[in-house]
Design a protein around this ligand. Structure first.
Ligand SMILES: Cc1cc2nc3c(=O)[nH]c(=O)nc-3n(C[C@H](O)[C@H](O)[C@H](O)COP(=O)(O)OP(=O)(O)OC[C@H]3O[C@@H](n4cnc5c(N)ncnc54)[C@H](O)[C@@H]3O)c2cc1C
Length: 547
């Protein structure tokens, strides 16, 4: 409850009487000017607190009670409003009933409060409690539906399993939050932390730090540094830490990797009904942390060096850590469609792997999915629950070659999914967001322009391993070579400095291992990535024993 009166004595007395009766259930906030009271409301709004009752004195210099209540309505439209007036001002109070939709006016003095104040406040509270006033204490993101940066921020939070509430900047509650944050809405998104701190278009590292995701290592030296926090990295972190290795896992964006973006993994051992990638990731991350693994997010590794027996891992901001051993578990990243008009709409109608985050926005819309592999099939089934229609655009003549049998059956069983084979996207267009796609039939060469606001692309992935150039050997596509796959010269792996042969998952640098999708000839499955992570740890032990 907020009360405002410019007379300090009256202000204290109102607050005291309110506290006496309501202090156990409500916080009573007192201000001595309209401006101070508005600022207090802004702060409460940012912290996600609710305001039940506003009680304002009518006669105040600079901003009278009616003007204050009018402005307060913009911040807390649901709060009940009462004006405190002297007898001489009752006609102003009556006018205010129309101007600010006043619920009550109270005459000064209000003694005894049991008769003159509490019955009024009780009735205001009763009507407030009956209305929708759910508290919003969590993180809030105010942004634009078609802004790439807003989309990126939501994706980042979702993938890191940080709960947040999304408000569109052009809707009333979004506008109220922007006003409370003193943000002009020109730079979006605006993130408001649970503590009420305002971040304007924050970078991922700043955001991670503010929401409590660790971004800095606690030590300078580890037994094992795992690069990449997908299933392979998480597997390595769980086994490494549980077996007593001082383990650091470094992840660029969010733990879970590709698997974290999967709506339902149906072929992972032990989950006969399937498991969402987010759930699996969350459990794995907690398991790794429980065993004492340190997990950093938003840290991009851009360098790896062998310095004697130490392996040095460099981050993009210049920071570095040393370790006895390293496991490369950097997986693969989505390939982008290169057709004209698409790059500028990334995050504004064109999405790479963000089906889970954007699903609610697609409600009752037509959705296009590009790709014919399992990831496209999963996304189609997931999005079809809310979308009006889902069209899968496939280059080949059928899904059966590229998608698992069980998923093809699921896709065929969903009524609002259609599959367009032999179809390529050749252009996208629109002003602020994607509005149209041009499709080409690869059999006839005929093109067709269709209205399209939502397109999700799943056209395969590539390892982003250029930063390993000159350090570890990779194949022509950038996948890391290891163990028996390392090229031999005169019966010995190229550049290999030791007498013994490299262990199975060991790269061309002793003590540097590779696991999961980034490994050349890997299976590209969650189970095999986890298994390789665990196996790499076993080989780390073997390496450390002989160090
Ligand atoms: C939508 C979708 C659905 C899928 N469904 C299934 C399924 O049902 N069943 C199945 O078995 N498989 C499925 N897969 C495949 C499976 O997810 C992958 O095989 C698995 O995630 C590979 O794990 P990984 O740890 O090797 O790599 P990734 O999952 O790719 O993780 C690698 C991680 O390393 C991070 N990274 C990369 N470079 C750096 C760097 N330089 N510094 C720091 N971090 C870095 C990345 O950000 C990423 O988080 C699916 C994939 C997708 C995309």
């Amino acid at each position: 409850m907020l009360t405002v009166d410019d007379d300090p004595g009256v202000s204290r007395a109102v607050a005291r009487d309110l506290r006496r009766r309501y202090g156990e259930q409500y916080r009573i906030v007192r201000a001595e000017s309209g401006a101070d009271a508005l600022e207090a409301l802004h702060q409460m709004k940012l912290r996600g607190e609710q305001v039940a009752v506003l009680l304002a004195d009518y006669r105040m210099p600079e901003m009278n009670g009616v003007e204050f209540l009018e402005r307060a309505m913009d911040i807390y439209p649901g709060a009940r409003r009462a004006l405190l007036t002297a007898y001489a001002d009752t006609s102003a109070a009556i006018d205010a009933i129309n101007v600010v939709d006043l619920d009550y006016y109270l005459l000064k003095p209000w003694d005894p409060p049991e008769e003159k104040l509490y019955p009024v406040i009780d009735s205001l509270l009763e009507s407030w409690l009956a209305s929708d006033h759910r508290p919003v204490p969590e993180l809030k993101v105010v942004g634009h539906r078609w802004s790439a940066q807003s989309s990126q921020t939501r994706e980042f939070l979702a993938r890191n399993q940080v709960p947040y509430r999304w408000f569109q900047a052009d809707e009333p509650e979004g506008r109220r939050l922007l006003e409370a944050a003193h943000a002009d809405g020109m730079t979006l998104p605006v993130v408001i932390t649970a503590a009420g701190e305002v971040l304007i278009a924050p970078g991922e590292t700043e955001l991670a730090e503010r929401v409590g995701l660790p971004t800095r290592p606690s030590a300078g030296f580890y037994d094992l540094v795992v690069i990449g926090g997908g299933p392979a990295g998480l597997g390595a972190a769980v086994y490494g830490a549980s077996e007593g290795l001082r383990t650091l896992m470094v992840e660029r964006i969010a733990t879970g990797g590709q698997a974290g973006q999967s709506s339902r993994i149906e072929n992972y051992l032990g989950f006969p009904d399937g498991v969402s990638g987010a759930q699996l990731t969350d459990r794995a991350r907690r398991q790794a942390a429980k065993f004492g693994a340190e997990i950093l997010t938003t840290r991009d590794v851009i360098g790896l060096e062998a310095n004697g027996s130490a392996r040095t891992v460099r981050f993009s901001d210049g920071m570095a850590v040393d370790a006895h051993t390293v496991i490369l578990a950097t997986g693969v990243s989505y390939r982008q469609l290169t057709a004209p008009g698409l790059a500028q709409h990334t995050g504004a109608g064109v999405f790479y792997g963000s089906a889970l985050t954007e699903a609610t926005g697609c409600t009752d819309h037509d959705v296009y999915i590009v790709g014919g592999a399992n990831s496209a099939g999963q996304a189609a089934v997931y999005l079809a629950r809310a979308a009006r229609s889902v069209s899968i655009l496939v280059r080949g003549p059928s899904l059966r070659k590229s998608m698992s049998h069980y998923l093809v059956e699921q896709v065929e069983a969903v009524k609002n999914i259609t599959v367009r084979t032999c179809t390529e996207v050749v252009e996208g267009s629109g002003d602020n967001h994607l509005e149209r796609l041009t499709l080409r039939d690869s059999n006839t060469g005929a093109t067709e322009m269709i209205d399209a606001q939502w397109m999700f692309v799943f056209i395969g992935a590539a390892p982003l391993t250029d930063w390993l150039d000159g350090t570890v050997l990779r194949d022509s596509r950038g996948f890391v070579l290891s163990g028996p796959d390392l090229p031999l010269v005169g019966g010995r792996p190229v550049g290999w400095p030791l007498e013994r042969a490299p262990y199975h998952l060991e790269t061309s640098v002793p003590g540097v291992f590779v696991a999961g999708d980034v490994r050349a000839e890997s299976a590209k499955r969650v189970a095999s990535a986890v298994g390789e992570g665990a196996m790499a740890v076993m080989l780390v032990h073997r390496y450390l024993e002989k160090l």
